[in-house]
Write a protein that binds this ligand. Structure first.
Ligand code: AR6
Length: 169
C-alpha cells in the first residue's frame, strides 16, 4: 500500500491538501492536537468553526486552514474510550471514513491524520492504529483520487506501532 505513509512530527507544519483535527463535539477548540491546530491557524479558524454548530462523534466537517500551510482542516470527533462495549471501534472507523469521504468530495489528493482518540480520549493505541489502517486501506481499494494518506504520529509509541503494523501488510 504505497499510498499509505507515516510521518512523525507536528501536523500543523504539514504542507498538504488537508490535515485532520481530532476535535470534540463543540468544534470550539480544546487541548492536544486540536489546541495546536487552533493556535497555529489563528482566530479565524474558531470564527468559522462557530458557524458549524458542532459535530457528532464519527462525523466530519471541513473548514479553511487560515495561517496553516495546509489548504483545509477536516474536523472529526473520535469516540471517548469507555472500554469498548458501546461502539467505540465503529465510531473511530467512521471518523476516518467520513474524513476521507469529505476530502474526496472536495477533490483533495493528500491528507494527514493524527492518531485520533489516542490522547485525552484514551482509546488504546494499538487497537486504534489497527482500525485506522484497516479503514484507510479499505477506502483506498475503491478510490483513485488520493495520492497519499499520511498517518502523522507524534509520540514514539505510536510511530513504532504504525511502522510495525504497516510493515506486516
Ligand atoms: N501534531 C500531531 N499529533 C499531535 C499533536 C500535533 N501537534 N499534538 C498532539 N498530537 P488528542 P483525542 C497527538 O488528545 O484523544 C482535545 O482537547 C497526540 O500525541 O489531541 O482525540 C479535543 O478538543 C495523540 O496521539 O486527541 C478533544 O476534547 C493524538 O494527537 C480531545 O482532546 C490525539 O490526542 C480529543 O481527544
Amino acid at each position: 500500500m504505497d499510498r499509505i505513509q507515516v510521518f512523525q512530527g507536528d501536523i500543523t507544519e504539514m504542507h498538504i491538501d488537508a490535515i485532520v483535527n481530532a476535535a470534540n463535539k463543540s468544534l470550539l477548540g480544546g487541548g492536544g492536537v486540536d489546541g495546536a491546530i487552533h493556535r497555529a491557524a489563528g482566530p479565524k479558524l474558531l470564527e468559522e468553526c462557530r458557524q458549524l454548530n458542532g459535530c457528532s462523534t464519527g462525523e466530519a466537517k471541513i473548514t479553511h486552514a487560515y495561517r496553516l500551510p495546509a489548504r483545509y482542516v477536516i474536523h472529526t470527533v473520535g469516540p471517548v474510550w469507555y472500554g469498548g462495549q458501546i461502539g467505540e471501534r465503529e465510531q473511530l472507523a467512521n471518523a476516518y471514513r467520513n474524513s476521507l469521504l469529505l476530502a474526496q468530495e472536495y477533490g483533495l489528493r493528500t491528507i494527514a491524520f493524527p492518531n485520533i482518540s489516542t490522547g485525552v480520549y484514551r482509546f488504546p493505541k494499538e487497537l486504534a492504529a489497527e482500525i485506522a489502517i484497516r479503514t484507510v486501506r479499505d477506502f483506498l481499494i475503491n478510490d483513485d483520487t488520493f495520492e497519499s494518506v499520511i498517518f502523522c504520529v507524534y509520540d514514539d509509541e505510536n510511530r513504532e506501532i504504525y511502522q510495525k503494523l504497516l510493515a506486516g501488510l
